[in-house]
Design a protein around this ligand. Structure first.
Ligand code: HGY
Ligand code: MN
Ligand code: MN
Length: 419
């Protein structure tokens, strides 16, 4: 726990969303693509961690990391009934600037706004920055919040290996953290009365409604499956087509089957990551590995999509003399956020002059993981294009600042004098 300066920032400095944003924006951005590569336990991650700790400390917040690498910053003495807010700082490969980061920056700027008006919380307010929310390095979405809540066994997590085979344990050790310390923190969770995550909208529902903020209803069930097709390497020119054991063929069938199965169920299926090894342009590959991301409005539809992908992959792999190993890497059950907390937030925003529609989402979030353990809610900030998981992701400054005002109003209500 680093020492916090009493009283926080000097009250003269202006609310600092734009200033905070400008500070964070360059960290982990790839000069070529303009997208972000803030992968957990890398140098970019370390810079984001330092940034968060410094910004929180200068606001008088007491900071610490839990054993899982999630960062916490306390406004007020840590204790029961705390109101938590925050999000994540990691990104997908070449992701956008706002996914996760907007929630963390908005939480700090909301503290500024409240400190500016000399509000002091009756119950502690704690800001969180969760590690490996995207699962971009170790394959399991929301890894930090799952570890915190006991959603994944520590020994399973330690053994997770990213591209290149580096395990989570090795990556944490290299970053100066102790992998033996990961695991559930029921003591920390017991002190939290609610968690409210602000996040950029992913999809385009708010713009047509003319709203700058929205409130989440729930999260679709979704998951990630790894498919490994094992064939036989051979010469692209001299190997007869008939005798080949080409893993690319069943893979191609799997891609098309996924799309058709998801479309038939009103769901989503994506294969955005695939490797062909050893990767010679003039050779039949020995192995093709692909990751299926599948989502649907309910678990039956999701299971139906995955089952069709599995059966088509098995059938076509057999036809081509190819082996198949398909395994689930990450699964998130459906989430319905706490209705009472959601409605209370809608009321607070309405009183602040912000009509906030209630939106479902197919995007996963740490709030969805924490919702299994405590009342959780989400605020969405308008995304004019709806695009996310892309360098093109964007939210207008005015909407971001409206999000900060919304979050500040919610924190003031939840952490202020009992109603
Ligand atoms: O993949 C998701 O839905 C989230 O962005 N992690
Ligand atoms: Mn994301
Ligand atoms: Mn996110």
């Amino acid at each position: 726990m680093s020492s916090a300066r009493p009283g926080g920032r000097p009250s003269t400095s202006p609310p600092a969303f734009a200033e905070l944003w400008r500070d964070l924006e360059p960290l982990g951005r790839d000069a070529r693509s303009g997208g972000y590569r803030r992968f957990s336990w890398t140098e970019a991650d370390a810079r984001c961690r330092s940034w968060f700790t410094e910004r929180a400390t200068e606001r008088g917040l007491a900071t610490h990391a839990d054993g899982n690498g999630n960062l916490w910053a306390w406004w007020g003495k840590p204790g029961p009934g705390a109101i938590a807010t925050g999000s994540h700082l990691d990104s997908v490969p070449d992701g956008g600037a706002y996914d996760g980061a907007l929630g963390v920056v908005s939480a700090l700027a909301a503290v500024d706004l409240l400190q500016q008006k000399s509000f002091y919380p009756e119950r502690p307010v704690v800001l969180g920055a969760f590690t490996e929310e995207e699962g971009a390095r170790f394959g399991v979405a929301c890894l930090g919040s799952r570890l915190l809540t006991g959603g994944i066994a520590p020994e399973t997590a330690r053994a997770l290996a990213g591209d290149g085979g580096v395990t989570l344990a090795e990556a944490m050790t290299a970053a100066g953290f102790d992998p033996a310390a990961i695991g559930p923190r029921d003591d920390l969770l017991a002190g939290l009365a609610a968690f409210v995550e602000l996040h950029i909208e992913q999809g385009r529902a708010l713009a047509p409604l003319g709203s700058c903020v929205g409130v989440a209803e729930g999260i679709w069930p979704h998951g990630r499956w790894r498919l490994r097709f094992g064939g036989r390497a051979d010469h692209a020119g001299t190997a007869e087509l008939a005798g080949r054991r080409d893993p690319m063929l069943p893979f191609a069938h799997a891609v098309l089957a996924a799309r058709q199965a998801a479309a038939a169920r009103g769901g989503r299926a994506t294969i955005g990551k695939v490797t062909a090894e050893p990767g010679g342009a003039n050779a039949v590959p020995a192995q093709v590995t692909a990751w299926l991301d599948a989502r649907a409005g309910d678990e039956a539809a999701l299971a139906g999509t995955v089952s069709i992908v599995r059966s088509v992959s098995e059938k076509t792999a057999a036809e081509h003399g190819v082996t198949l190993d398909m395994r689930q890497e990450s699964y998130s059950p459906p989430v319905r956020f706490d209705a009472e907390l959601r409605d209370r937030i809608i009321g607070v925003l309405a009183a602040a002059g912000m009509a906030a529609p209630v939106l479902p989402t197919a995007a996963g979030h740490d709030a969805g993981v924490l919702a299994a353990r405590l009342p959780a809610a989400m605020l969405f900030v308008r995304n004019p294009s709806g695009i996310s998981h892309s360098a093109a992701e964007h939210a207008d400054l005015a909407d971001c600042e409206a999000g900060v005002r919304a979050l500040a109003a919610v924190l003031e209500d939840l952490a202020g004098p009992a109603r």
